[in-house]
Design a protein around this ligand. Sequence first.
Ligand code: DGL
Length: 258
Amino acid sequence: MAKNTDPVAVFDSGMGGISVLKEMANLMPEEDFIYLGDSKNAPYGTKTMDEVRSLTLSNIALLLDKYHAKAVAVACNTATSAAVRTLRKMYPTLPIVGVEPAIKPAVESGPHPRVLVMATPYTIHGEKFQRLKEVYEASSTIYPLPCPGLMEFVERGELYGPELEDFLHKLMDPWLEKGIDCIVLGCTHYPFVADTIQKIAGDEVTLFDGSLGTARELRRRIREAGLAGDPSHRGNVTFLNSTGDPGRIRLSRFLFYR
Ligand code: DGL
């Protein structure tokens, strides 16, 4: 039986979900959070559906069995597309939230915006994204851009610098030449390199990510389940990483507090 004092689990293939965790901890300072990054098995975005699903399910099982999480946030677009439906069937009473590319606010930002969606190959080729794209194509132009290799910069803690800029130029320039109004950061790692993406895209391009929306949805579900923490409690955040490497934990803290 879940208790109000139990922690909220936040999961990602690595460091990316910390961008979502930040919004959650800001919005719910009374909650304890336990963050698990599966950097040992990252990247997820170039794996098959079976691989991503089975890694996600076993990591969530660990967070529930060992850490007694009262709610789960799958702070990874790739893992959400592969496993969130299965998770909801397996744990019907558990508040579970996932993330998906924030296409809606981007599409609604102008009369017929040209929207570049940057995400992992898995997310871009997944059924969930293809459905979203079809829905919004009537009122906008959607350019999907798979970005294999980009999450690795964040995993290394390389958030700025010439190598990252070269990498992004190669990836983005052909699309920027077409004319882009908005960029959707459809992978939770990418907000950590948002400054560099903005620099390459130029100030007239608006960036969108779904972290705040996901944090609000989590708060709503926790309240609905009657599991909100005591408002007078000062919550803490515990970081875990599947590599067991203390350097990964240091990087997690750096990304969380920067
Ligand atoms: N952070 C993950 C996402 O939001 C994926 C990165 C990866 O493991 O490829 O999709």
